[in-house]
Design a protein around this ligand. Structure first.
Ligand code: FRU
Length: 597
């Protein structure tokens, strides 16, 4: 009897012991430390199980006894949300062990019973296929994992390069790395291996890249030189160069190249044709300042001036850019300083403000009074806007991260999180008081997605409304209309579930209401209204670009832009025009179906 009980008890213990994947040896050292030895390096990946609602554990990949910079991973405790891959290719022929410092929330004793150890697996497959309902189609998204700011954009030999703040080990912010994608047309993106990864100076925060055509740096003719923030215990600026057109980078031995006794980040470097010199603008986020630098060789930098005290000065300044824009109608050119701020945006959270002025290569002088604030986009999901270096045809092409720090980590997606906006062309536009604003229109490349002729209609709409079917969840809507004075025109996108997102024009401004557009409850900050001042024209012209989970709205001439995410539980199937207090004459409503070739 006694023996039977002992056998049963032993069986129970053995059965409850976790089973580890072949090729892995898992060793609990107590004191919140586990070592995983990878004996079989023949597979491509070690897949790590992630649970998003638990704190990060520190994973130190130790190669022949030397630890790489930490990767922070939310290793699963009792539920696996998704897997993330550790690429084993660089470790072939080496001795590899993971030294794991267990995060909070894991078992204090017998940590080995937490789910992550038994669910880790060696595999040749890691699928990043688009399996998610809310993944956009023609917008740039990371292959998997988290993305924030666009970085290091340059155009070379017909290719638009786009790097981005990437977490390869989870769909929430962390482990900042430069992911890399390329496109020939700004609407079809190809993913390339991550380009710049953390080192002893820190993780890789935002920055920019230039093509050093004249080899001023000595790195080589046409070397691509990237400058980024090394975010360690302090923030400083480092450079890396690429001799294969931006695919792989070598870090400069003399890093960091710019240091300061306060936090400073997000360097934007560009060649200044007017001065024949390299310029860099970066921010001192907590002092609400932009700092300007000059250099002859991209390695040695001189600080020339500081700009601050303008616009929103009570929120962190991030991701600056300075560009020279021209008004195509008057031919007048001005310099424009873009400053992304967080929080303090027009509808709360993050947004892009800008200043119009003059720049002599050393100092930026703003045309407007300190209290004037200009917004590049009035929506809630438009941040970290920066422009491409060396864009063709003298164009200034910008892209923004389509999210908001208020809820970016909570968006209802899993294997990936966040998309970038469509590319936009920036120019100047003269206002009625003679000053200049920045105009924003979707880049012409979007039109290459237009599939066949648009569905075109013209009608008068009253309070009952007139609806037009949408061909798919990917559309480009172009509408010209005139509204009766005092009327309220609603342009409503809706689905069969009664969910709708409304763009409302009242003669003076546009308002966007997504409070009943579908999933909105992941954050109280999401369902907030956004508003933009309308163009002064009596005939209104608007564009709305829909791609599964985003609505990007523009004035036809670029007077305003408004970018907002939406998560309808089924795709919007119609666009309806409703006019209260007087009819609305819709001169033309064109709906283009968009598709990739
Ligand atoms: C802006 C930002 C940058 C920083 C990066 C880090 O969204 O905070 O200032 O470089 O994100 O991921």
């Amino acid at each position: 009897m006694q023996i039977r009980r002992i056998i049963l008890a032993l069986c129970a213990i053995v059965m409850s012991m976790p089973v580890f994947a072949q090729g892995l040896r898992v060793d609990d050292l107590g004191n919140r430390n586990v070592i995983v030895r990878i004996d079989d390096l023949s597979k491509k990946y070690l897949l790590l199980p992630v649970q998003e609602n638990v704190p990060e554990s520190g994973v130190f990949v130790t190669v022949n006894g030397v630890a790489e910079p930490v990767r922070n991973v939310r290793l699963a405790i009792d539920r696996v949300d998704y897997m993330v891959p550790l690429d084993l290719a660089p470790y072939k022929g080496k001795v590899v062990a993971l030294d794991i410092h267990i995060g909070e929330g894991h078992r204090r004793t017998n940590v080995i019973n937490d789910l992550c150890w038994s669910k880790m697996e060696l595999s040749d497959e890691f699928s990043a296929e688009n399996i998610e309902k809310y993944r956009p189609v023609f917008h740039h998204t990371p292959p998997y994992g988290w993305m924030n700011d666009p970085n290091g954009m340059f155009y070379k030999d017909g290719v638009w390069h786009l790097y981005y703040q990437f977490n390869p080990y989870g769909s929430m912010w962390g482990n900042m790395t430069w992911g890399h994608s390329v496109s020939k047309d700004l609407v079809n993106w190809e993913h390339l291996p991550a380009a710049i990864t953390a080192d002893q100076w820190g993780t890789i925060f935002s920055g920019s890249a230039v093509v050093d055509v004249n080899n001023t740096s000595g790195f080589g003719e046409n070397a691509v030189v990237a400058m980024y923030t090394s975010a360690g215990i302090t923030q400083k600026q480092s450079i890396a160069y690429s001799l294969d057109g931006g695919r792989t980078y070598t870090k400069y031995d003399g890093n960091p190249v710019i240091t300061a006794p306060v936090e400073c980040r997000d360097p934007k470097v560009f060649w200044n044709e007017e001065t024949g010199c390299w310029n860099c603008v970066l921010v001192s986020p907590l002092e609400y300042e932009a700092w300007f630098y000059t250099s002859k060789d991209l390695k040695n930098w001189t600080k020339e001036s500081e700009f601050g005290g303008h616009g929103v000065t009570s929120a962190i300044w991030e991701c600056p850019d300075i560009i020279k824009l021209t008004d195509p109608e008057t031919g007048v050119s001005k310099w424009v300083l873009l400053i992304n701020i967080n929080p303090g945006g027009p509808a709360g959270g993050s947004a892009t403000q800008y200043f119009v002025g003059d720049f002599d290569g050393k100092t930026f002088v703003c045309d407007s009074a300190p209290e004037v604030v200009n917004w590049l986009d009035y929506g809630k999901d438009h941040y970290a806007t920066v422009t491409w270096n060396h864009a063709p045809e003298g164009r200034t092409v910008a892209i923004a991260w389509m999210s908001n720090w208020q809820y970016a980590n909570q968006l209802p997606t899993r294997q990936f999180r966040s998309a970038n906006s469509v590319a936009r062309d920036l120019a100047l536009i003269k206002t009625q008081d003679g000053s200049y604003r920045v105009s924003v229109v979707p880049s012409k490349e979007i039109e290459t997605l237009r599939n066949g002729k648009p569905m075109t209609s013209s009608f008068s709409a009253g309070s009952k409304g007139r609806a037009v079917a949408l061909p798919s969840s990917l559309c480009d809507i172009d509408m010209k209309f005139t509204a009766r004075k005092g009327s309220k025109v609603t342009i409503r996108l809706s689905n069969e579930n009664g969910e709708h997102a409304d763009l409302v024009y009242d003669g003076k401004s546009y308002l966007f209401d997504r409070s009943e557009s579908g999933i909105v409850d992941f954050s109280n900050d999401f369902a907030v209204l956004t508003t933009a001042p309308a163009s002064p024209a009596s005939e209104q012209h608007i564009r709305m670009i829909l791609d599964v989970s985003s609505v990007e709205m523009f004035d036809g001439k670029g007077w305003w832009a408004m970018t907002n995410l939406v998560y309808p539980t089924s795709p919007f199937t119609k666009v309806e025009v409703i006019s209260e207090n007087g009819t609305c004459r819709v001169k033309s409503l064109k709906v283009y179906n968009l598709s990739q070739n």
